[in-house]
Design a binder for this molecule. Structure first.
Ligand SMILES: Cc1cc2nc3c(=O)[nH]c(=O)nc-3n(C[C@H](O)[C@H](O)[C@H](O)COP(=O)(O)OP(=O)(O)OC[C@H]3O[C@@H](n4cnc5c(N)ncnc54)[C@H](O)[C@@H]3O)c2cc1C
Length: 423
């Protein structure tokens, strides 16, 4: 029997026992808060430290864009979204699957709904009411928050923090420590990846942090960028050369492309660029037309009309779609109806580099699973657990990121309770 087996199913009740067991959580994003909740519910005295003046800043930002908190697709499809890391992430998800995430949110007094895409949102699409209710519950469970405490590493077994009043040392002797320090995007919200050298110096294997769910630079001509930056391409499909097309939408930026369709393919694009120096994606500008129909329309007699106005009147190609054709095709290809028709269904667009990690929705890389015992404890540092985006997994947008952060935070909290109980 493990200590975590005694946890109440909802984790919302008051502590099941009082004990001097001490847990330190560093990082107050969704992963750290969830670890703190489990630890407090399991009877530990919990101190939570964060570098920022308040917790959950990235979580709140996610709420500004209409936060997807989880996804309602069939569970096996859901679990497969974690790609090559799916087997490692699966135990976190199994212990806290999407329907339980929703129940947990409902337990905070927040309703959810499933959007047409299957994404699950809080009813008011905001993160703030959820975070407020959650923090209220955590305080009630006895979690003590220490804000403006930037963790600097260990010295002689004590945890060092930079605070507004100078450096502070906290004795972690006998305590379980959960690190939930996030990835390295949007550093101004707190997660800056500064923990990487601290763990690497302790012999923890860390994969380099790289952008995930990010935009890419295409090095547009000035002519194209000045006319079309900011223009959305709705109803298109995209594939990484050699892969399957996906329908969706993206936006032309001053330097390249971004948006949900790009994010969905961003891991493959990023890895292709790392391997080949650049990546070619194919854009289907007419995903609802079959190639024969497109060829038929392109080759239809057009009299004195230019090809641009012919494409506009026969196929609705105008604005940014028309601009993209001119930008990506040579004059000779544009003038050849067969090649033009092919390009309308698979326009090659060369992407040069991912946008900087700080702009990304999330980051990939982090503490490698091989460095973990039981999925959350650092082999090199027994009693130190990790959770959330700082671990080496990635997932597309759509609620998968938060679900795995919650699940890993819960797994780390449970493992920390068990570790404390065994001592
Ligand atoms: C614009 C945007 C929109 C998003 N939308 C969604 C969405 O709709 N759905 C979804 O699933 N995901 C979304 N995400 C991703 C999601 O917010 C993150 O994956 C999630 O917040 C990561 O949780 P975490 O607890 O691992 O880390 P974080 O939320 O990054 O929290 C880490 C915490 O650790 C603290 N910290 C870091 N270093 C130190 C240190 N040295 N000392 C002390 N404290 C430290 C930070 O201050 C921070 O509070 C979005 C992200 C962005 C940027």
């Amino acid at each position: 029997m493990r200590a975590s087996d005694f946890l109440p199913p909802t984790m919302s009740d008051s502590t099941i026992e009082t004990s001097p067991r001490h847990a330190i959580v560093i990082g107050g994003g969704p992963a750290g808060l969830m670890a703190a909740e489990v630890l407090a519910a399991g009877g530990a005295r919990v101190d939570l430290y964060d570098a920022m003046p308040s917790v959950g800043r990235k979580f709140l930002l996610a709420g500004k864009g209409g936060m997807n908190i989880t996804h309602a697709e069939p569970y096996d499809a859901f679990a497969a979204r974690y790609g090559s890391r799916a087997p490692a992430v699966r135990p976190w998800l199994d212990a806290f699957p999407p329907d339980q995430v929703r129940d947990w949110i409902h337990g905070l007094g927040i309703d959810t709904f499933v959007g047409t895409s299957g994404r699950v949102f809080p009813t008011d699409m905001k993160a703030a009411p959820l975070l407020r209710a959650w923090l209220h519950r955590l305080r009630g469970a006895g979690v003590t928050f220490h804000m403006r405490h930037r963790w600097l590493g260990w010295r002689d077994g004590v945890l060092l923090f930079a605070t507004p009043d100078g450096e502070r040392a906290t004795d972690a002797q006998g305590a379980a420590t959960v690190l939930a320090l996030g990835g390295a995007s949007w550093a101004r919200l707190g997660s800056d990846g500064a923990w990487v050298p601290l763990l690497a110096a302790r012999g923890v294997a860390v994969a380099p942090l790289v952008p995930a769910n990010c935009g890419f630079d295409a090095d547009w001509t000035e002519h194209f960028a000045s006319r079309h930056a900011g223009a959305p391409l709705t109803t298109v499909a995209m594939a990484v050369a050699g892969g399957a097309f996906r329908k969706g939408q993206f936006v032309v930026t001053a330097s390249g492309i971004e948006g949900s369709l790009v994010y969905a393919l961003s891991a493959a694009i990023r890895d292709r660029i790392a391997q080949d120096g650049q990546a070619t994606v194919l854009v289907d500008l007419l995903p609802d037309h079959d190639p024969e129909r497109v060829l038929d329309e392109v080759t239809r007699p057009r009299g004195t009309r230019s090809m641009s106005s012919h494409l506009q009147s026969r196929l609705g190609i105008k604005g940014v779609k028309s601009g993209l054709l001119h930008e990506c095709l040579s004059k000779a290809d544009y003038a050849d109806p067969v090649r033009l028709a092919r390009a309308l269904k698979a326009l090659p667009l060369v992407l040069k580099r991912p946008r900087p990690i700080d702009e990304a929705i999330s980051s990939a890389g982090g503490v490698r699973f091989e460095a973990l015992e039981g999925g959350t404890m650092l082999r090199a540092l027994p009693g130190v657990f990790v959770a959330g985006e700082m671990v080496d997994w990635e997932a597309p947008t759509g609620g998968y990121l938060l679900t795995a952060c919650f699940g890993s935070g819960r797994a780390a909290g449970r493992a920390a309770l068990d570790w404390l109980a065994e001592r």
